[in-house]
Design a binder for this molecule. Sequence first.
Ligand code: C2E
Ligand code: CA
Ligand code: CA
Ligand code: CA
Length: 278
Amino acid sequence: AKAAGKGCVRRHGETADAATVRRTRLARDLPDALSRGELRLLYQPVVGVAERRVLGLEALVRWDHPALGEVAPDEFIPLAEDDGLIVPLQRWVLERATAELAVLLEQGRDLQLGVNISARHLQSGSLVPDVSAALARAGVPARRLMLEVTESLFISEPDRGGGDLQTLHDLGCVISLDDFGRGYSTFAYLARLPVDVLKMDREFLAGIEDDERSAALVLSVIELGRRLAIDVVAEGVETPGQLAALRALGCRYLQGFLLGRPTAPADLPAVIDALDAD
Ligand code: C2E
Ligand code: CA
Ligand code: CA
Ligand code: CA
Protein backbone atom coordinates (compact mmCIF):
# COMPACT_ATOMS: atom_id res chain seq x y z
CA ALA A 1 0.00 0.00 0.00
CA LYS A 2 1.25 3.44 -0.88
CA ALA A 3 0.21 6.67 0.78
CA ALA A 4 -1.74 8.77 -1.70
CA GLY A 5 -2.89 11.73 0.31
CA LYS A 6 -4.53 12.04 3.70
CA GLY A 7 -6.84 9.19 4.58
CA CYS A 8 -6.25 7.60 1.22
CA VAL A 9 -4.09 4.54 0.86
CA ARG A 10 -3.80 3.41 -2.72
CA ARG A 11 -3.35 -0.32 -2.93
CA HIS A 12 -0.99 -1.95 -5.36
CA GLY A 13 -2.23 -1.75 -8.93
CA GLU A 14 -5.24 0.31 -7.99
CA THR A 15 -6.22 3.41 -9.94
CA ALA A 16 -6.98 6.71 -8.23
CA ASP A 17 -10.69 6.22 -8.98
CA ALA A 18 -10.77 2.73 -7.49
CA ALA A 19 -9.04 4.06 -4.39
CA THR A 20 -11.67 6.77 -4.05
CA VAL A 21 -14.50 4.28 -4.48
CA ARG A 22 -12.96 2.04 -1.83
CA ARG A 23 -12.42 4.91 0.58
CA THR A 24 -15.98 6.14 0.15
CA ARG A 25 -17.29 2.66 0.81
CA LEU A 26 -15.14 2.19 3.90
CA ALA A 27 -16.18 5.59 5.26
CA ARG A 28 -19.84 4.67 4.70
CA ASP A 29 -19.52 1.28 6.41
CA LEU A 30 -17.30 2.30 9.29
CA PRO A 31 -20.09 3.60 11.58
CA ASP A 32 -21.62 0.10 11.62
CA ALA A 33 -18.33 -1.74 12.08
CA LEU A 34 -18.31 -1.15 15.81
CA SER A 35 -21.93 -2.10 16.46
CA ARG A 36 -21.63 -5.18 14.25
CA GLY A 37 -18.54 -6.38 16.04
CA GLU A 38 -16.32 -6.27 12.96
CA LEU A 39 -13.29 -4.89 14.81
CA ARG A 40 -10.78 -7.06 16.62
CA LEU A 41 -7.38 -6.64 18.21
CA LEU A 42 -4.12 -8.41 17.55
CA TYR A 43 -1.23 -8.21 19.99
CA GLN A 44 2.44 -7.99 19.07
CA PRO A 45 5.06 -8.96 21.68
CA VAL A 46 7.77 -6.59 22.93
CA VAL A 47 10.80 -8.52 24.16
CA GLY A 48 13.33 -7.51 26.83
CA VAL A 49 16.89 -8.45 25.86
CA ALA A 50 18.25 -8.61 29.42
CA GLU A 51 15.08 -10.15 30.84
CA ARG A 52 14.96 -12.69 27.99
CA ARG A 53 11.19 -12.66 27.97
CA VAL A 54 8.10 -10.91 26.66
CA LEU A 55 7.61 -7.74 28.71
CA GLY A 56 4.76 -6.22 26.81
CA LEU A 57 2.20 -6.40 24.06
CA GLU A 58 1.03 -3.77 21.60
CA ALA A 59 -2.64 -3.80 20.67
CA LEU A 60 -3.18 -3.37 16.91
CA VAL A 61 -6.71 -3.00 15.58
CA ARG A 62 -8.12 -4.77 12.50
CA TRP A 63 -11.42 -4.41 10.70
CA ASP A 64 -12.95 -7.49 9.13
CA HIS A 65 -15.11 -5.91 6.46
CA PRO A 66 -17.89 -8.33 5.45
CA ALA A 67 -17.22 -7.86 1.71
CA LEU A 68 -13.70 -6.42 1.46
CA GLY A 69 -11.95 -8.61 4.00
CA GLU A 70 -9.32 -7.44 6.45
CA VAL A 71 -8.73 -3.69 6.44
CA ALA A 72 -5.55 -2.29 8.01
CA PRO A 73 -5.63 0.52 10.58
CA ASP A 74 -3.55 2.84 8.38
CA GLU A 75 -6.52 2.78 6.05
CA PHE A 76 -9.49 3.21 8.40
CA ILE A 77 -8.13 5.12 11.40
CA PRO A 78 -7.77 8.32 9.30
CA LEU A 79 -11.38 7.85 8.13
CA ALA A 80 -12.54 7.49 11.72
CA GLU A 81 -10.63 10.65 12.63
CA ASP A 82 -12.36 12.59 9.86
CA ASP A 83 -15.80 11.27 10.80
CA GLY A 84 -15.77 11.87 14.53
CA LEU A 85 -15.88 8.10 15.04
CA ILE A 86 -12.43 7.95 16.50
CA VAL A 87 -13.45 8.55 20.11
CA PRO A 88 -15.96 5.68 20.28
CA LEU A 89 -13.51 3.49 18.34
CA GLN A 90 -10.66 4.27 20.75
CA ARG A 91 -12.99 3.67 23.70
CA TRP A 92 -13.72 0.22 22.30
CA VAL A 93 -9.98 -0.44 21.81
CA LEU A 94 -9.23 0.60 25.39
CA GLU A 95 -12.06 -1.51 26.83
CA ARG A 96 -11.23 -4.59 24.80
CA ALA A 97 -7.46 -4.37 25.26
CA THR A 98 -7.64 -3.91 29.04
CA ALA A 99 -10.16 -6.76 29.33
CA GLU A 100 -7.89 -9.06 27.31
CA LEU A 101 -4.89 -7.95 29.37
CA ALA A 102 -6.80 -8.75 32.58
CA VAL A 103 -7.15 -12.36 31.42
CA LEU A 104 -3.38 -12.65 30.89
CA LEU A 105 -2.64 -11.01 34.25
CA GLU A 106 -5.00 -13.45 35.96
CA GLN A 107 -2.91 -16.25 34.46
CA GLY A 108 0.00 -14.81 36.42
CA ARG A 109 1.75 -13.18 33.45
CA ASP A 110 3.77 -10.04 34.10
CA LEU A 111 2.99 -7.90 31.06
CA GLN A 112 2.49 -4.32 30.02
CA LEU A 113 -0.01 -3.37 27.33
CA GLY A 114 0.58 -0.67 24.72
CA VAL A 115 -2.42 1.04 23.15
CA ASN A 116 -2.12 3.48 20.25
CA ILE A 117 -3.81 6.77 21.03
CA SER A 118 -5.26 9.10 18.44
CA ALA A 119 -4.48 12.81 18.64
CA ARG A 120 -8.18 13.49 18.21
CA HIS A 121 -9.03 11.49 21.30
CA LEU A 122 -6.52 13.40 23.37
CA GLN A 123 -7.82 16.69 22.00
CA SER A 124 -11.42 15.71 22.70
CA GLY A 125 -10.76 15.96 26.41
CA SER A 126 -12.29 12.54 27.10
CA LEU A 127 -9.10 10.48 27.13
CA VAL A 128 -8.56 10.75 30.90
CA PRO A 129 -12.06 9.54 31.86
CA ASP A 130 -12.05 6.91 29.09
CA VAL A 131 -8.72 5.44 30.20
CA SER A 132 -9.73 5.54 33.85
CA ALA A 133 -13.04 3.81 33.11
CA ALA A 134 -11.39 1.06 31.07
CA LEU A 135 -8.79 0.37 33.78
CA ALA A 136 -11.41 0.35 36.53
CA ARG A 137 -13.77 -1.95 34.62
CA ALA A 138 -10.98 -4.42 33.83
CA GLY A 139 -9.43 -4.12 37.28
CA VAL A 140 -6.03 -3.41 35.75
CA PRO A 141 -3.51 -1.10 37.49
CA ALA A 142 -2.54 2.02 35.52
CA ARG A 143 1.17 1.09 35.40
CA ARG A 144 0.22 -1.87 33.20
CA LEU A 145 -1.05 0.46 30.48
CA MET A 146 1.25 2.21 28.06
CA LEU A 147 -0.25 4.96 25.93
CA GLU A 148 1.54 5.28 22.60
CA VAL A 149 1.33 8.78 21.18
CA THR A 150 2.97 10.25 18.09
CA GLU A 151 4.55 13.63 17.71
CA SER A 152 1.95 14.58 15.08
CA LEU A 153 -0.27 14.99 18.11
CA PHE A 154 1.50 18.13 19.13
CA ILE A 155 2.32 19.67 15.78
CA SER A 156 -1.09 21.23 15.25
CA GLU A 157 -2.00 22.26 18.78
CA PRO A 158 1.12 22.04 20.88
CA ASP A 159 -0.43 22.64 24.26
CA ARG A 160 -3.80 20.97 23.98
CA GLY A 161 -3.56 17.48 25.35
CA GLY A 162 -0.20 17.96 27.03
CA GLY A 163 -1.98 18.53 30.34
CA ASP A 164 -4.13 15.42 29.94
CA LEU A 165 -1.05 13.39 29.13
CA GLN A 166 0.56 14.64 32.34
CA THR A 167 -2.61 13.69 34.26
CA LEU A 168 -2.48 10.16 32.82
CA HIS A 169 1.20 9.94 33.68
CA ASP A 170 0.40 11.07 37.24
CA LEU A 171 -2.26 8.34 37.42
CA GLY A 172 0.53 5.85 36.71
CA CYS A 173 0.11 5.19 33.00
CA VAL A 174 3.30 4.80 30.98
CA ILE A 175 3.67 7.27 28.11
CA SER A 176 5.56 6.32 24.98
CA LEU A 177 6.49 8.44 21.99
CA ASP A 178 5.76 6.30 18.94
CA ASP A 179 7.48 6.41 15.53
CA PHE A 180 10.32 8.39 17.05
CA GLY A 181 12.49 9.89 14.34
CA ARG A 182 9.94 9.67 11.55
CA GLY A 183 9.29 13.01 9.93
CA TYR A 184 9.57 15.80 12.40
CA SER A 185 12.02 16.78 15.06
CA THR A 186 10.85 15.50 18.39
CA PHE A 187 13.56 16.76 20.67
CA ALA A 188 11.54 19.70 21.95
CA TYR A 189 8.68 17.40 22.94
CA LEU A 190 11.03 15.16 24.86
CA ALA A 191 11.88 18.08 27.13
CA ARG A 192 8.26 19.07 27.71
CA LEU A 193 6.23 15.88 27.83
CA PRO A 194 6.19 13.10 30.43
CA VAL A 195 7.74 10.50 28.12
CA ASP A 196 8.81 7.13 29.64
CA VAL A 197 9.45 5.15 26.47
CA LEU A 198 10.70 5.96 22.96
CA LYS A 199 9.64 3.71 20.14
CA MET A 200 12.35 4.10 17.54
CA ASP A 201 10.88 4.04 14.06
CA ARG A 202 11.85 1.04 11.97
CA GLU A 203 13.42 3.32 9.35
CA PHE A 204 16.42 3.49 11.68
CA LEU A 205 17.09 -0.22 11.21
CA ALA A 206 17.65 -0.01 7.46
CA GLY A 207 21.32 -0.78 6.93
CA ILE A 208 22.43 -1.00 10.58
CA GLU A 209 24.12 -4.36 9.92
CA ASP A 210 26.76 -3.01 7.55
CA ASP A 211 26.53 0.77 7.45
CA GLU A 212 28.45 2.60 10.16
CA ARG A 213 26.45 5.80 9.84
CA SER A 214 23.14 3.98 10.31
CA ALA A 215 24.54 2.19 13.34
CA ALA A 216 25.81 5.51 14.74
CA LEU A 217 22.30 6.99 14.46
CA VAL A 218 20.76 4.08 16.35
CA LEU A 219 23.44 4.36 19.00
CA SER A 220 22.65 8.09 19.36
CA VAL A 221 18.99 7.34 20.01
CA ILE A 222 19.91 4.68 22.59
CA GLU A 223 22.30 7.14 24.28
CA LEU A 224 19.64 9.84 24.23
CA GLY A 225 17.27 7.47 26.00
CA ARG A 226 19.91 6.56 28.56
CA ARG A 227 20.59 10.21 29.39
CA LEU A 228 16.91 11.02 29.75
CA ALA A 229 16.12 7.79 31.65
CA ILE A 230 13.76 6.84 28.82
CA ASP A 231 13.53 3.23 27.64
CA VAL A 232 14.11 2.77 23.91
CA VAL A 233 12.19 0.10 21.97
CA ALA A 234 13.46 -0.78 18.49
CA GLU A 235 10.46 -1.26 16.21
CA GLY A 236 10.32 -3.42 13.09
CA VAL A 237 13.13 -5.92 13.80
CA GLU A 238 12.92 -8.28 10.83
CA THR A 239 16.29 -10.00 10.40
CA PRO A 240 18.77 -11.88 12.63
CA GLY A 241 21.42 -9.40 11.43
CA GLN A 242 19.40 -6.46 12.75
CA LEU A 243 18.83 -8.30 16.01
CA ALA A 244 22.56 -8.94 16.45
CA ALA A 245 23.42 -5.33 15.61
CA LEU A 246 20.85 -3.98 18.06
CA ARG A 247 22.15 -6.23 20.84
CA ALA A 248 25.71 -5.08 20.12
CA LEU A 249 24.58 -1.44 20.28
CA GLY A 250 22.98 -2.03 23.68
CA CYS A 251 19.34 -1.81 22.67
CA ARG A 252 17.31 -3.39 25.46
CA TYR A 253 13.79 -3.69 24.04
CA LEU A 254 12.79 -5.20 20.72
CA GLN A 255 9.64 -5.50 18.65
CA GLY A 256 9.23 -6.85 15.13
CA PHE A 257 8.19 -9.71 12.89
CA LEU A 258 11.40 -11.62 13.70
CA LEU A 259 10.40 -11.85 17.36
CA GLY A 260 6.65 -12.07 17.00
CA ARG A 261 3.89 -11.14 14.59
CA PRO A 262 0.70 -9.40 15.65
CA THR A 263 -1.17 -12.35 17.24
CA ALA A 264 -4.80 -13.21 18.01
CA PRO A 265 -5.57 -13.36 21.76
CA ALA A 266 -6.26 -17.11 21.69
CA ASP A 267 -2.75 -17.80 20.38
CA LEU A 268 -0.95 -15.43 22.75
CA PRO A 269 -0.14 -17.80 25.61
CA ALA A 270 1.66 -20.20 23.24
CA VAL A 271 3.50 -17.39 21.44
CA ILE A 272 4.63 -15.78 24.71
CA ASP A 273 5.71 -19.11 26.20
CA ALA A 274 7.76 -19.93 23.09
CA LEU A 275 9.54 -16.55 23.22
CA ASP A 276 10.16 -16.78 26.98
CA ALA A 277 11.72 -20.21 26.62
CA ASP A 278 14.41 -19.02 24.18
P1 C2E B 1 2.50 1.50 14.86
O1 C2E B 1 1.91 1.97 16.14
O2 C2E B 1 3.86 1.99 14.51
O3 C2E B 1 2.47 -0.09 14.92
C1 C2E B 1 3.45 -0.92 14.38
C2 C2E B 1 3.08 -1.35 12.98
O4 C2E B 1 4.21 -1.99 12.39
C3 C2E B 1 1.97 -2.39 12.94
O5 C2E B 1 1.25 -2.24 11.73
C4 C2E B 1 2.76 -3.70 12.93
O6 C2E B 1 2.02 -4.78 12.42
C5 C2E B 1 3.90 -3.32 12.05
N1 C2E B 1 5.10 -4.10 12.30
C6 C2E B 1 5.48 -4.71 13.44
N2 C2E B 1 6.66 -5.34 13.29
C7 C2E B 1 7.05 -5.12 12.01
C8 C2E B 1 8.18 -5.54 11.24
O7 C2E B 1 9.09 -6.23 11.70
N3 C2E B 1 8.23 -5.11 9.95
C9 C2E B 1 7.25 -4.34 9.39
N4 C2E B 1 7.37 -4.00 8.13
N5 C2E B 1 6.17 -3.95 10.10
C10 C2E B 1 6.07 -4.33 11.39
P2 C2E B 1 -0.35 -2.18 11.73
O8 C2E B 1 -0.91 -3.16 12.71
O9 C2E B 1 -0.80 -2.25 10.32
O10 C2E B 1 -0.65 -0.75 12.31
C11 C2E B 1 -0.29 0.39 11.58
C12 C2E B 1 -0.52 1.65 12.39
O11 C2E B 1 -1.90 1.85 12.65
C13 C2E B 1 0.14 1.58 13.77
O12 C2E B 1 1.53 1.87 13.63
C14 C2E B 1 -0.63 2.66 14.50
O13 C2E B 1 -0.13 3.94 14.20
C15 C2E B 1 -2.02 2.52 13.87
N6 C2E B 1 -2.90 1.77 14.79
C16 C2E B 1 -2.98 0.44 15.00
N7 C2E B 1 -3.92 0.14 15.93
C17 C2E B 1 -4.42 1.35 16.35
C18 C2E B 1 -5.42 1.73 17.30
O14 C2E B 1 -6.02 0.92 18.02
N8 C2E B 1 -5.67 3.07 17.43
C19 C2E B 1 -5.01 4.01 16.69
N9 C2E B 1 -5.32 5.31 16.87
N10 C2E B 1 -4.07 3.68 15.78
C20 C2E B 1 -3.78 2.37 15.61
CA1 CA C 1 2.47 2.02 18.21
CA1 CA D 1 5.53 2.85 15.62
CA1 CA E 1 11.72 6.90 33.00
